[in-house]
Ligand binder design. Structure first.
Ligand code: 5GP
Ligand code: MG
Length: 489
């Protein structure tokens, strides 16, 4: 889902977010397992979290700002959130106030009964749909793109719940993984390219839906399979049923799950994220070698690639930067000023590993260049003789539109400056990026080879799998702004 600023200008900075979703059907204390699953998915969103549950009669929901561990701890959450079906959501955003009304799961009362919905991704025609519906008199309760789907379900005139759900999904475009719940079923859906991840697991007789396998591992559930691109799954007392919302679906999951988002212990599309990231580092070493004394990762996201780089070259790997784990990810700080400060709060130099050495820093990516600039200065101040910087992904030249926090083109350093200019700006002795072919090699694939599994790599190539309807219509300027509502929880 997107935060309120999404409705001001879909092209502006700070609109997008990645989220984590989880659902479970057919187990006592379902909400407690949801809390655990969300805790494992905390890296996908730290701004807000919510859980809904039902015992088949009554629905319960609890939504909070902040971390899962701070909100669903202590007393067993399923004492409050009763029932054998439950879904949950971790929200991540970069901008403005996260108001409670946008925190998921969203709950609504439909013809077919109560319905709770959690969403990871971004719907690229949500505003267009919203505009049409509001003109016809629809009243939206939130400013999130997710709510458009609920309206579309509500406006479908006939059929069982699932027919209405599939009909709604067919009208939205973009990258999404939905996990929803009625009083007797759990539903999951994935966009027609499978841009955002969603998978199915099993825990005894219970079924689980989750963004990543690390959430299954957390509760000892077994991985069954991914929800297919364009597939809708419905889980109830009778088991699992599958519907095809998009017969022409084509698999093109987002490479950024491998680059940054997924937890290293997760298995994404059959591949270990940790191993893929290490291979990115190995290939990076082959493509952009450097004569240095020590390889230092920018923690935590640069660690696996730095290990790969070190193993490939035989240059020692050292923890030359220590990360303070008690501040959130750099990007969740909304303003540039605080974002800059966030970097300082987060990382400290381990001087002994740096002083007098030729240092090579490895990070997973360079987005704005904020982190790298700060880190380089810090490493120099700690006495490094030379500082070289490597990004384990290609230059990010295009914004994302499918649920990742990725600024406008103007703010993406690699979209605006040459390698030489960036080398100067970052004040490094050398700078290198992994090639797009190298990224595919790390995933064990051939770049753009016919018949090879394809990914969406739009951040690097500008090749967006879907039309970007709201963006292209240049909607949401000026008078189109929606109100902010600050609620006190
Ligand atoms: P920069 O400081 O260049 O803007 O961003 C680079 C840093 O942000 C890297 O350390 C990388 O791990 C991290 N990063 C890359 N993409 C994302 C994202 O979409 N969200 C968040 N929170 N961090 C990101
Ligand atoms: Mg990082």
């Amino acid at each position: 889902m997107s935060n309120p600023s999404c409705w001001i200008d879909p092209n502006q900075d700070k609109i997008r977010e990645e989220c984590g979703v989880f659902g479970i059907f057919g187990i006592k204390n379902a909400a407690s397992l949801t809390a655990l699953g969300l805790h494992a998915l905390q890296h996908r969103g730290q701004e807000a979290c919510g859980i809904a549950s039902t015992d088949g009669k009554i629905f319960h929901t609890e939504r909070h700002l902040g971390l899962v561990g701070d909100n669903f701890t202590g007393e067993d959450p399923s004492e409050r959130l009763k029932g054998h079906i439950s879904i949950g959501h971790n929200r991540y955003s970069t901008a403005g106030p996260t108001t409670l009304r946008n925190v998921q799961p969203l709950f609504s009362e439909l013809h077919t009964g109560g319905f709770a919905l959690a969403h990871n991704g971004h719907i690229t025609n949500a505003y267009t749909i919203r505009e049409q519906l509001v003109e016809k008199g629809a009243i939206f309760q939130s400013t999130s793109d997710t709510e458009a789907v609920i309206h579309l379900i509500a406006r479908t005139k006939s059929g069982e719940f699932i027919d209405r759900f599939v009909n709604a999904i067919r009208q939205v475009d973009g990258g999404y993984a939905f996990v929803g719940m009625t009083k007797d079923k759990l539903v999951g859906a994935r966009d027609r390219f499978g841009i955002r991840p969603l998978l199915i697991g099993r825990l005894g007789d219970a079924y689980v839906l989750a963004s990543e396998t690390c959430a299954l591992d957390m509760i000892d559930a077994e991985f069954i399979r991914e929800v297919d691109p364009g597939e809708v799954v419905v889980i109830n007392e009778d088991g699992i049923r599958s519907f095809t919302a998009f017969p022409n679906a084509r698999r093109r999951p987002c490479v950024f799950e491998f680059v940054y988002f997924a937890r290293p212990d997760s298995v994404v599309h059959g591949k270990s994220v940790y191993e893929v990231r290490k291979r990115m580092g190995m290939r990076l070493a082959q493509e952009t070698p450097a004569d240095v004394d020590v390889i230092i990762p920018v923690p935590d996201s640069g660690v696996p690639a730095a290990i790969g780089f070190s193993q490939e070259t035989g240059t020692p790997f050292e923890l030359g930067i220590i990360r303070n784990h008690y501040v959130g990810r750099t990007f969740i700080q909304p303003t540039q000023q605080i974002r800059d400060m966030g970097v300082r709060l987060k990382h400290s130099a381990n001087r002994r590993m740096i002083e007098g050495k030729r240092v090579l820093l490895v990070d997973d990516s360079i987005v704005r260049g904020t982190t790298s600039t700060k880190i380089v200065r810090m490493i120099k101040a700690a006495g490094a003789k030379e500082v070289h910087f490597r990004s384990a992904s290609p230059p990010i030249k295009y914004p994302d539109h499918y649920g990742i926090d990725m600024p406008t083109k103007q703010k993406l350093i690699a979209a605006n400056y040459s390698l030489e200019a960036m080398t100067e700006m970052l004040e490094v002795d050398s700078l290198g990026f992994l090639s797009i072919e190298g990224l595919y090699w790390a995933m064990g694939e051939d770049y753009r080879k016919e018949d090879a599994p394809q990914y969406t790599d739009h951040c690097f190539t500008g090749d967006y799998p879907t039309p970007l309807i709201d963006r292209d219509r240049k909607l949401l300027n000026g008078d189109k702004q929606l109100s902010f509502l600050i609620e006190v929880a």
